[in-house]
Write a protein that binds this ligand. Structure first.
Ligand SMILES: [Zn+2]
Length: 160
């Protein structure tokens, strides 16, 4: 059972547990599974709750495309792989852009949407839609040191 994600804004209703469950299920059922520390580091999963035109709720799951799949580059041990590929939230936003009749209700992303690209994109196109996340790098930085990596936090959040 995944832990309850953080909410933004803080006073949003609790995250629908189906969202982190869908992200974890994606990791477990992927071939190969994406549950090692290395895959937790390299891949960020986003899961968006939406309502279709019949009023039915569904979840759209998207992983990022890590830079290693775009071109062969060595990866360091923090999480640049996630930050410099094609971001999962951008892929999800594109999926919904071409399906404008679907109503986005909640956005879960394992890592908080990045401040440079995804956060402004989501605020612009999905105003008022709450965000849910497990990892915000800024919360784990102290005196220039990173206390816990995203992979460590996700491993704990998912009970892996
Ligand atoms: Zn991003």
């Amino acid at each position: 059972m995944p832990k309850i994600p953080n909410s933004l804004p803080l006073d949003s209703r609790r995250c629908d547990p189906r969202l982190p469950e869908a992200a974890l299920a994606f990791r477990r059922t992927h071939n190969p599974p994406l549950i090692s520390l290395d895959r937790l580091r390299a891949i960020n999963i986003t899961a968006w709750l939406y309502r279709d035109t019949d009023g039915m709720e569904h979840i759209q799951v998207n992983p990022n495309t890590p830079i290693g799949q775009l071109r062969e580059v060595p990866q360091r041990d923090d999480e640049p792989g996630v930050e410099i590929g094609i971001h999962s939230e951008g892929k999800a936003a594109e999926w919904f852009r071409v399906r404008p009749r679907l109503q986005v209700l909640a956005i879960f992303s394992e890592r908080i949407p990045c401040p440079m690209m995804c956060a402004p994109l989501l605020r612009h196109y999905y105003p008022g839609v709450p965000w849910y996340y497990y990892y915000d790098r800024r919360s784990w930085q102290q005196g220039g040191r990173l206390l816990r990596t995203a992979a460590q936090v996700l491993q704990s959040a998912y009970g892996l």
